[in-house]
Design a protein around this ligand. Sequence first.
Ligand code: SAH
Ligand code: SF4
Length: 372
Amino acid sequence: MTVNLLDLDAAGLTALLAEHGEKPFRARQLLRWLHQVGQGDFAAMTDIARSLREKLATLATVQPPAVIADRLSDDGTRKFLFDVGGGNAVEAVFIPEEERGTLCVSTQAGCALDCSFCSTGKQGFNRNLTVAEIIGQLWQVRHALDNRPRAGGQGERVISNVVLMGMGEPLANLDHTVTALRVLLDDNAYGLSRRRVTVSTSGLVPAIDRLRDECAVALAISLHAPNDRLRDELVPINRKYPLRELLAACQRYLEKAPRDFVTFEYVMLDGVNDADAQAHELLALTRGVPCKFNLIPFNPFPGSPYRRSPAPRIRRFADILLAAGVVTTTRRTRGDDIAAACGQLAGQVRDRSQRTGQRTVFLRREASEVCL
Ligand code: SAH
Ligand code: SF4
């Protein structure tokens, strides 16, 4: 059986090569070719001995998920849809800004946690992504960005930050997530600093502890409610790991985190969690946890029962947090025109090639259709 090299971090590559009598420095060389050069063809890896290149060609492949759609928003946000087999697709979103370029990647096809305001959750759980499928999103987007001329005013087309905030719950796919993180941080691969890689979780407490011990990167917690009663409803995993336990896990995480705060994400749902009293309750709840707040205006999707809080309400809510001295930002909604905003990712591929002779990709729940 062949091994997909995009599934392996430095330790995995070193072990694979050792089985074939190769020294560890070969693993570093391979990592550089694969991830820094973006080369997937062994024959082109010129500083690797021909005999090893030939051996690799028989025992390994370099296989990222195939890009099946690539859409550019008016604001420069670019959404990629990847085929992960079995009729499933996942999405990655590139967000260029003046000072940085952020890539938001998926870790699962679907999600089992069923948060009431999330389109991915509504689609149900299909499966965990492999490391190659997680890293492969970055691999492919890098290629796509390198191959396009830069457009003025859209910032650097370079990936400086990676956030695991796409489809799925990264900590429910912890083993693959940790290996993928190690590749992101490896100086011979993407070389990102821990501060520039963020894992967002809805609050799987034991996995937060494991992430801290195995690969502590920046942490964002999807809080969304100031008390257990409301959070039980919005984020059902709260029934298993209530707020008290979640906040204690945040404190433990901070002992090893690359930043000295956690980010609390808070989706703004009109009339549900956006009242002044709830902002005050939130301050009381998080007192003692070094944190920042990131308010996310709710992004609607067909069939969702919620509305986005009006802009003045979001400002007022932010002002209450700011007045208490807590750094609070409001996420700018981007990629609206291509349904690339938080919580709108819900890819599903239906191949109708037999009927139409043409491949058509449907993004379920978005009623949008991309013809390739
Ligand atoms: N499963 C992880 C990461 C993926 S979701 C998590 O829940 O944290 C990334 C972020 O988008 C989370 O904060 C999530 O709560 C938020 N989100 C989900 N649906 C949304 C929607 N419809 N509008 C705005 N934000 C949403
Ligand atoms: Fe899953 Fe996150 Fe969506 Fe909740 S918000 S259903 S954890 S992807």
